[in-house]
Structures are given as structure tokens and as C-alpha cells.
Design a protein around this ligand. Sequence first.
Ligand code: MIC
Ligand code: SF4
Length: 625
Amino acid sequence: MNLVNKIIIKHLETGLEKKDSSYLSIRVDYTLTQDATGTMAYLELMSIGIDKVKTKLSVSYVDHNTLQNGFENADDHLFLQSVADKYGILFSKAGNGICHQVQLERFTKPGITLLGSDSHTPTSGGLGALAIGAGGLDVALAMAGKPFIIVKPKVVNVKLTGTLRNGVTAKDIILEVLRRCTIKGGLNKIFEYSGDGIKQLSVCDRATICNMGAELGATTSIFPSDERTLEFLKKQGREEDWIELKADKDATYDETIEIDLSKLDCLVACPYQPDNVKKVKELEGTKVDQVLIGSCTNSSYEDMVKVASILKGKKINPNVSFGINPGSKQVLAMMAKNGLLFDILQSGARILECTCGACIGMGQSPSTGAVSLRTYNRNFYGRSGTNSASVYLVSPVTAALSAIKGEFVDGTDTTIDLAQYDIPDKYIIDDSMIIKPTFRDNIIMGPNIMPLSKFDPLPNSITAKVVLKVGDDITTDHIMPAGAKVLPYRSNIEKLSDYCYANVKATFKEDCRRLGISFIVGGLNYGQGSSREHAAIAPRYLGVRAVLAKSFARIHRNNLINFGIVPLIISDDFYDSINEKDELTIDFNQLADNIITINNEYIIKTTFSKEEIETLQKGALLNCL
Ligand code: MIC
Ligand code: SF4
């Protein structure tokens, strides 16, 4: 048996007797939320009506909306803290760190299941947990004790052999997986890492790989729990959380990929997708305007040690704006104590908060037409806040070297032996910014926090026009942009919907309003990227009742169903035959039998589960509860 199946079997809600079902119902041990998705998730939790959470552990983080440019975000933080207090949830204050980094450091244990309202929840797979990203409502339901349903995944064995060359890092490994498998390649798959090559990877390296596995569209990624895992947990003072977990010697997999690490180069994901991967060498000499190090992908203490050792005694190129977000208070405190912060500051860096920051467009937008090198995981069009900028994703080693030279430099050009900088003897442990609940019923709701929208049931048939036709790989950032201006409205759908699809079609909201009810047509991998359910709620609020696409990303498909938008998979020919403004009649009379007819002739055989059909018919999952 492989490792994934070992954990799944321990958490199966319905047992193995449902072998023929294409869905699995999994018990959720832990949950996490962050502030940008959390406000909605907790409004939903409140409407479900439980006294306290039923999970073994739930944590609410504040790490995204920390630019308090007006009262809205600060009000959200208070709301989240008061909800956590009432329902028995730990509350990680702003400044304590990025959810995935803190979760890894302080909470995740090997073998647990974790559901998080953030697509990079799989970061905890680096510690041998089965960690899955989902929409806020699914996480709210998990907190209320409901299992989480996934499509039975295919398990892909990623076998790592050989030893990385100096300057080549975990980031380059995941970029290689993305180059080979693409952003569409992971749908309903779990990537399980194995092989001798994993021994050289620390838990933080493994977390980098699992984190960016989200860009494959995968359900999650996971590493075994071994002596490196024990080493990490010991240094976090959590030795007792360790168990050994690995695949059986004769384990079988649905697919296998082999990567010889000794042959791996430093890689870079070019605009505008994380799988548009080239060798850094191919871009050498290209001028760089901005370099940012951080995000939940590459902000661990180990990453910072490598960066500081490269920057020590050097100055950042005068034409480069260089910023750094340590992943957590623990990381920053250790940087301060061990002198790294001094070396980095002296190099000319701007030290930024321990938050998501520029990764979600919360400040640091690059200048017009700039080339921005980031250690992050997403380089989608417009995500940086500057549409004309080109964002490239690289390792911290490549980023630091490039910041000094002012142009792309390959990580292997470093003259420093990076292997000598390994993990510290002990991490600094101080959980004082994690607030324990007192179960007081005193929810604080600022004026920007609006009640949940109400959604009507699905009619038997809808005749309406196509409001928008888009191509392949539409991200949820396209559908519902983030950034400092928009994020404060995550709990105010009416205001938020002003920005829906705004970077794609400026008249989208107006057109939706004029049509009343409408449909969207999309290409392959519709809704990839972020887990934000707002990318379903806002279109639904504007009257969109079905999305017809060639394929859907996992989390977004679930979010669409949860909020009563019917996701329909169409053929290439049918896609080619529909245009914007076309009128379609979609007949839902046989939805219960998984048959949908368009214009009386085009028949779609859907694969909705019984529960999904009920949700769609009732118009939203909350209507079913
Ligand atoms: C992201 O990286 O896109 C985010 C912001 O963390 C999102 C969540 C959100 O939109 O709030 C994610 O990855 O799910
Ligand atoms: Fe935050 Fe960026 Fe990670 Fe999303 S990808 S959780 S915005 S750091």
C-alpha cells in the first residue's frame, strides 16, 4: 500500500465497502482558515449553528489582509478573533506568520488530515500529513464535524534520486515537476514523493515542494515521515508528535515520475503561468527591477539562512527594489537573534511583515513594465497589482544572486557552499501570539461585514445569454481579483462583485445586471489557482447560473456547486460553436439522472454525486443544511 492510501483508509468515513464509488468521504482532523477566506467561512459556520467546533484542532490565521488602509481589515481581524474565541478555535494574530508556515512549525503532525480554506494547505504534506485546500464553506462544514468529499485520487509516485548540485534547491524540483506535468496535470491526483533523494531534503524543503504542488491542480502532495521529520519536530519541541509513516516496499501507484536530482538545473517559471518553466541560464543577462523573497513557498528559516549567507557583505544592485517577508515570527525572531537580519538589512533590503504581502498584491506592486523576480508560487497576469509587469518565479538562491547583480543569475553560480548552512539546532518557540479560546459569546461585527447572500433554487430550465466567453487556464484571480483595493470586501459581496472579472472585461458587472441571468463559457482548467469561494459567490450574486467549460479545476468546481452555479463540461466543438451574447436554453429536468440538454439537442452526461445534485437543485449548499 502506498502512503496516501494508508492515511485515507484511516480516515474513511464510509469504510471501504463503497469501492465502486468515484468519491471518497474523508474525516477531517484539523482545519485552518486565513483572514481573506475566513470571514466568509465563519459567517457560514455561524449560520450552520453549532456551539463549538468538532475538529481535533482548528486554527484561524490573520496573514493576508494586513494592510490596514481603512477600518475594514482591522474590523475583520476583530471579527475573526471573536468567532475563534466563541467556537473553540485557536487564533493566530497578524504578525505571527503566514498560515502554512506557522501550521507546519507549530501544529501539523504526520498522518493527520488537514482541510484549509487556502489552496496552499498542502504545504503540511512536507510533514507527512494529508493536507487539502478547499472553499470556505467546505472548511466550515468540516469544523461542524462533516467529512470532506474528494474524487478518488490517482496516486503519482515522484521518485527522487541523486544529489542536488550546490545552488539547486527544492524550488527547482517542484518547478521541474510543473514543467513535466503542467498546471493541468494534477487534477484529482496526489503526488507522493519517495526515493533516496528525499533524505537530503529538510521538512522545509519538502514543504516548498508540497506547497507549489497546488499549481499542478493536484488534490495534494505528501512526503513520508522519516528521520528528517523527527529532526524537525524535535527542534520544534514536538518530538511526541512524530510517527514513522512510509509506503510499503511493494507499494503500487497509478503513475511514476523519476527525477535525477544531480542532473537538475536552476529553473524559473516565466509569465504568466507557473508551468512556463525555463532554465535560469536561458535568461542570464536579462535586467531585473524587483526581487522579492518570501511567501508560503520560500520563507522558512533555512531559506533565509541561504539568502543571508549570499547577501552577507554585499550590496543590492542600485536599480533593484529588494524586499523580504520572513514566513513567521519564529523565522524573524531567529533571524534577529542569529544576526541574519543585520546581514540582510545591510545589503539594502526592505524588511517586510511576516505576512503574504506582495504575493497577494498587498503592496509592493512593481513599476510599469518591470521584471519582478519572486520566490513565490504564482505569477498570474495582474496578480502583482501591475498588469504590465512580468513576474518570474525562482528559488531564494537565484533571487538573492540576481538582486546583487541586477540581472538573472543562475543559482549554481554561487561561490558559497550552501550545504554548510543547514537547519538550526533548535527553533525559538514562543506561541504567545496564538490566542486560546475562552468560549465567550461576544461576536464583534464591523459595518463592512454583511450577512450572507440568499440564493434561489435552480429552475427546471433556463433560457439566458452567454455574458462572457474566455479561453484556457482562467484563474480565480481573473474571476475575482485580490490586491489591497479589493480584499477588504471579502465579507461584503455586493461591493466585491464590482470587481468581478474586472481585469478581463470592464463591463462584466454591468452586462450581468442587464441580462439578469446569464452563463459563462470557458476553456480548459477553468478556475485554477486560489480556493477563494468568492470567485463563485460573486458571479452567482450577479446572476450567473452555469459555467460551460472544457474542464474545471478541483476546488473551483466544488465552490461553483456549493453556491449553485452548474459546472458543465463541454466538447471542443461545442465550445467553438458558442459565442458571447448567444442565447442558450439549458434543460435541468434530468439533472437527477446526470443528464443535461442544451438547446434541445446537445446532451451532456454529468458525473455529479447525489449530494451535489441536491445542492444544485436547492440553489446552494447552505440551503440544504
Ligand atoms: C492565493 O494564494 O491566491 C490566496 C490568496 O492565498 C488564496 C486564498 C484567497 O484568495 O484568499 C488561495 O491560495 O487559496
Ligand atoms: Fe499567502 Fe501567497 Fe501563500 Fe496565498 S500563496 S497563502 S497569498 S503567501
